[in-house]
Every structure is written in structure tokens, then in C-alpha cells.
Design a protein around this ligand. Structure first.
Ligand code: ACO
Ligand code: PYR
Length: 546
């Protein structure tokens, strides 16, 4: 374990803004910068002043940071301009931030083709620009674009390019794998050579993920000597993204023993920061993300759960809580008794390992999964299944029938309208209740009618709302592909902020939806400790409501 300090440079607000489908507002940028600062990142690249209105607005009203330093990104002076008289460079260096990072070409092919200037002129562009930046900023950095491709094509020229920046006063010379095509062993070999010319504590690494190696390449560079690592939250960035700082951070700290701007407590915020970032981007978090994904410490295989129960180290490479995550033991058709026991214990059901009801419950789970249920994304339905098997869930209501009608027609103004109407009949303690509702679709109408009927007796369900609805069409369990079944998973929430997911399966999508909706409401009633009213009370409540 080395204990040496690695400086983290976040490029989410600049390279991350180059991600397809991402469009930050200045307010987003300010919020993300605050999160990065709180987390303990050393440098935050705020964007490119002068390049667009969002970045200008952001740099004009920067959030106050407590620990991190802002850096403004830009490029070396244009051909034919002096560094002091280049409007683009002036906008970058004019930003009220302590650091500037200028990108310049280090691959001769790029200089000739993309810039269209003489090779020597590019070296002067780098030296002049970094020299000027070093004079007006407290830190000037050089992003050596295409450094690794450049080194492979013409090592002398690539080294001359970074040498020009270093000689001109760059605090950090950052070696960029711009096209993301370099492999870890190449990074290792090239960086080791570079460190014979420029000390590692003046070198940084910026990797793209085009071969899926951005994190591995960054780690290889660190092992070879660089001390600044660039990356982005959740690996955002141009094309396939950048090195994911959320993966790099715990790897550097927990596995390689480096210190960073985060302490152990800071690292426990990682999962929250990563998920909050996706939330802000309106993206579903990647459940398989290393360290922070919901599946990162989820144990599905029966052999895994059985061993994790004995000692979590059997199938966990770090303690989940170190990165703010938690262990999940999933119950599915891959489970054995151990999964089920752990899951039951998690939801507060203590069952002895030799309980005679356990094998039956496990068989039931497996049989249900065989026909299309999936409990590892619908844990409230699993809990209900288990508690019903143990005789703990009262029958809050019983469905008698429902009918849903869909209509598509032109209204009096000649506009095409679609409308759904649901009628539902249930009984509560034997007392019949009926409700009718309209909705913008059949599930919406049925959901409203069901809650309207149930709320006549159980007032508490009024605050339940449906927050997510997912449908998956699956081929029939016999594999024929005919008579496909539909799996519906819904997420419900209440006003206290509790969320829970339930599942329904049927050949009919509305019926599958009903199952998931009914489980969602039953779960809420059970969690609230509600009991089934006497028939007379239900009848009285209905009379008063009438
Ligand atoms: C590897 C990276 O990810 S670097 C960051 C890339 N990010 C971005 O490009 C996002 C922000 N960029 C922009 O908004 C725009 O490209 C701007 C404002 C910077 C420039 O816009 P424009 O002036 O219209 O130029 P345009 O983008 O079409 O072309 C880039 C120009 O910069 C020149 N250039 C490219 N790299 C450099 C460099 N390191 N130093 C000097 N000039 C450069 C190109 O040769 C080209 O010049 P030309 O117009 O004379 O052909
Ligand atoms: C600077 C940068 O983003 C790159 O070279 O990839």
C-alpha cells in the first residue's frame, strides 16, 4: 500500500457535457460542482468560457467552493494570433478561477490534418499559450490531446509537444488517450518512459473508454507514476465516455492504498453522489455499476447467498458500507434456502432454518418465477408472498370483478381523443363496494377505480401514488413463443417518501397491472398495520360516504 497522494480532476462539467444526450443547464452545473466539492475532488473543470452561453452564465456566477479549485478549459492560441491577443484564449483565462487547462495537439498527424499548421508552429502555439496561462493563473495545465496515438506514431514529436508545455510552466502535463484506443500495457510502457523526462508529480492522465479500458488505463498510468487522474461522474464523456471517477476513487483508495482529497467518511457518500447525479440527469442509475450499483453487492445464486451468510467476504471484494452501498440477498429461481432466510430476516421475518414452511415457500417462488414473475425487482410482492405463506397477511379486500373500456373517437371539435373507463367491484369483509373512474389509459383508470373503492373503507390509501410502471412482454414459459405473457412491475410511493415495487403477470396486460396494483395497496395497508374492519363498520362507512 503506497499512501501517496493522487489528485483528482473532475471533467464532468466539460467532457461530460460532450456526452450524447446530456445538456446541462448552468444551474445543473452549479449543483454538480457543489456535490463534487463536498465529496472532496481536488479540481473541477467548469467548462469552456466563451464557447457557449451556458458556460458563460456558469462562470459568471460560480458557486462558492470550500475545498476544490475550479479550472477553466480552452485550447492553445489560434494560428496567426499571439497568446496575448487571442480572443478565445482571453475568454478562458479571463474566467475568475485559479486554474486553466489548455488542450493542444501532440500527434503530428493531427497537427498537419486538423490544425493545418507546421509542426514547429504547433510547438510554439503550445509554449506561448501555456506560458501566458502560467503568468496569469495560479495553475496552468496542458491536456496533451492524442498523446498516446501521437507517441506511437512519432514519439519524438509527442514528447516535444509535452516538453514545450512543461518548459513553459505547466503545473500538470496531462497525457490524453483521446480516441480511447490504447491498452493498459501500452499506457504502462509509454508513461514509464515519460516519467524519465517529466516527474510523475507533474503528470496527469485523461482516458476515454472506447475499448472499455478507461479505468484500467488510468490505474496503469498511476502505477507507472502519474499523480493526477482525470475522469467524470459515472463515466460521462465524449463517445463512450471518460474514466469513471466513481469506480476509480474506491479502487485507488481501498485497493491501491493511495490517499486522495476524500477521507473514509467521504467515500461513504459515493453511492449517494453517483445516484443523485443520475437523478439530476434524468437517467436510470446503472444497477450494475461497480461499487455503487444496486446490484454491486446483490447476491442471487444460491451458493453465493449461502456462503455470504457465513461470511460476506466469500463473495464481496470490499465492505459495501465503505462506499455507501448495501448488501442485498435476492430471491429468485436461482435461490436456495439461504437466500430466502436472509431475505426474510432482512424484512423482519424470523424463520428457523428447519421450518417446515420454508421449502414450500421456496418452491412457490421458483414456480412463480418460471411463469414470469421476477422478485428481484419487486421486493414488496416477495414480502407479501412470504407473509401470506406464513399466514400473516389479512384479506383486506377481495376482487369480485373489473371491466375496463377503451375508447378512441373524435370529439365535437373534431379532435381525436382516447379515454378509458374502469368499473371495479370488490368486497371488504363481505361488504360489496363498487367504484368507477376515468383515466388517460386503461391502467390509470383501473388504478384510480381500485383506490377509490378501497379508500371508502381504508382512508390511508389515499396518499398512495403510482410513480413508475414497466411492462415487459415475455414468450410463454414453455418456450413456444405463442401466448406471450406480460410482466408488469410498478413502483408506488406515499407522501412520507416510502417507495415499494410490486409485480403482476398475466397474458393480459390489464390483468397483470391489476395484480401489481393490488399488491401495491395491500403492501401499504400491511406496512401501516391496518386491520380489516368489521362488516358493520364498513357498511357504516359506506353509508356515511353515500
Ligand atoms: C479532445 C477534446 O474533447 S477537446 C474539447 C472539445 N470540446 C469542444 O469542442 C466543445 C466546445 N467547442 C466549441 O464550442 C467550438 O468548437 C469552439 C467555440 C471552441 C470553436 O468554434 P469555431 O471557432 O466555430 O471552430 P470549430 O469548432 O469549427 O473548429 C475548431 C477550430 O479550432 C482549431 N483548433 C483545434 N484544436 C486547436 C488547438 N488545440 N489549438 C488551436 N486551435 C485549435 C481547428 O483547427 C479549427 O480551426 P479552423 O476553424 O481554422 O479550421
Ligand atoms: C482533452 C480531452 O478531452 C481529450 O484529449 O480527450
Amino acid at each position: 500500500m503506497s499512501g501517496e497522494r493522487i489528485y483528482l480532476y473532475d471533467s464532468t462539467l466539460r467532457d461530460g457535457a460532450q456526452t450524447r444526450g446530456v445538456d446541462f443547464t448552468a444551474a445543473d452545473k452549479a449543483g454538480i460542482a457543489r456535490e463534487l466539492d463536498k465529496l472532496g475532488i481536488d479540481y473541477i473543470e467548469g467548462g469552456w468560457p466563451g464557447a457557449n452561453q451556458t458556460d458563460d452564465a456558469f462562470f459568471a456566477d460560480l458557486p462558492r467552493l470550500t475545498r476544490a479549485r475550479f479550472s477553466a478549459f480552452g485550447m492553445t492560441r489560434r494560428f496567426g494570433r499571439s497568446a496575448e491577443n487571442d480572443p478565445g484564449l482571453a475568454a478562458v483565462l479571463g474566467a475568475d478561477v485559479p486554474a486553466a487547462c489548455l488542450v493542444g495537439k501532440s500527434w503530428d498527424f493531427q497537427v498537419t490534418v486538423a490544425l493545418g499548421v507546421e509542426l514547429d508552429e504547433n510547438l510554439r502555439m503550445i509554449g506561448d499559450s501555456i506560458g501566458h496561462a502560467a503568468r496569469v493563473k495560479s495553475e496552468a495545465m496542458f491536456d496533451a490531446e492524442h498523446f498516446f496515438d501521437g507517441y506511437k506514431a512519432n514519439p519524438d514529436y509527442a514528447l516535444a509537444a509535452i516538453g514545450a508545455a512543461y518548459a513553459a510552466g505547466a503545473r500538470w502535463v496531462v497525457l490524453c488517450d483521446t480516441n480511447g484506443g490504447t491498452l493498459p500495457h501500452e499506457i504502462d510502457e509509454i508513461v514509464r518512459h515519460v516519467t524519465t523526462l517529466i516527474p510523475g508529480d507533474r503528470l496527469g492522465i485523461h482516458c476515454h473508454n472506447d475499448t472499455g479500458n478507461a479505468v484500467a488505463n488510468s490505474l496503469a498510468a498511476v502505477r507507472a507514476g502519474v499523480r493526477q487522474v482525470q475522469g467524470t461522474l459515472n463515466g460521462l464523456g465524449e463517445r463512450c465516455g471518460n474514466a469513471d471517477l466513481v469506480t476509480l476513487l474506491p479502487t485507488l483508495m481501498l485497493k491501491m492504498g493511495y490517499t486522495t482529497g476524500l477521507d473514509e467518511a467521504g467515500l461513504t457518500h459515493l453511492t449517494t453522489v453517483s445516484r443523485a447525479f443520475d437523478e439530476r440527469m434524468n437517467r436510470a442509475p446503472n444497477i450494475h455499476a461497480p461499487y455503487v450499483g444496486a446490484a454491486a453487492f446483490a447476491h442471487k445464486g444460491g451458493l453465493h447467498a449461502s456462503a455470504v451468510l457465513k461470511d460476506p467476504r466469500a463473495y464481496e471484494h470490499v465492505v459495501p458500507e465503505q462506499v455507501g452501498n448495501r448488501r442485498h440477498v435476492l430471491v429468485s429461481d436461482q435461490s436456495g434456502r439461504a437466500n430466502l432466510l436472509v431475505r426474510l430476516a432482512e424484512i423482519g421475518i424470523e424463520v428457523a432454518a428447519d421450518d417446515r414452511r420454508l421449502p414450500g415457500l421456496l418452491e412457490q417462488v421458483k414456480a412463480n418465477e418460471h411463469v414470469g414473475y421476477a422478485y428481484d425487482g419487486a421486493e414488496a410482492s416477495l414480502e407479501l408472498l412470504a407473509r401470506r405463506a406464513l399466514g400473516e397477511v389479512p384479506e383486506y379486500f377481495r376482487l369480485q370483478s373489473f371491466r375496463v373500456i377503451d375508447e378512441r373517437r373524435y370529439n365535437a371539435r373534431g379532435e381525436l381523443v382516447t379515454l378509458s373507463e374502469a368499473t371495479i367491484k370488490i368486497t371488504v369483509g363481505g361488504v360489496p363496494i363498487m367504484a368507477v373512474a376515468e383515466g388517460n389509459g386503461p391502467v390509470n383508470a383501473l388504478d384510480t377505480a381500485l383506490r377509490r373503492a378501497i379508500a371508502q373503507t381504508y382512508q390511508g390509501v389515499r396518499d398512495v401514488r403510482l410513480v413508475d410502471y414497466k411492462v415487459r412482454i415475455m414468450s410463454a414459459p414453455d418456450g413456444t413463443g405463442t401466448d406471450a405473457v406480460t410482466r408488469v412491475v410498478i413502483e408506488s410511493a406515499d407522501t412520507a417518501g416510502h417507495h415499494w415495487s410490486t409485480v403482476g403477470v398475466s397474458a393480459n396486460v390489464v390483468n397483470a397491472s391489476y395484480e401489481a396494483l393490488a399488491d401495491g395497496i395491500t403492501y401499504r395497508l400491511f406496512q401501516a398495520g391496518v386491520s380489516v374492519p368489521a362488516a358493520a363498520d364498513t357498511a357504516a362507512a359506506l353509508d356515511m360516504g353515500a
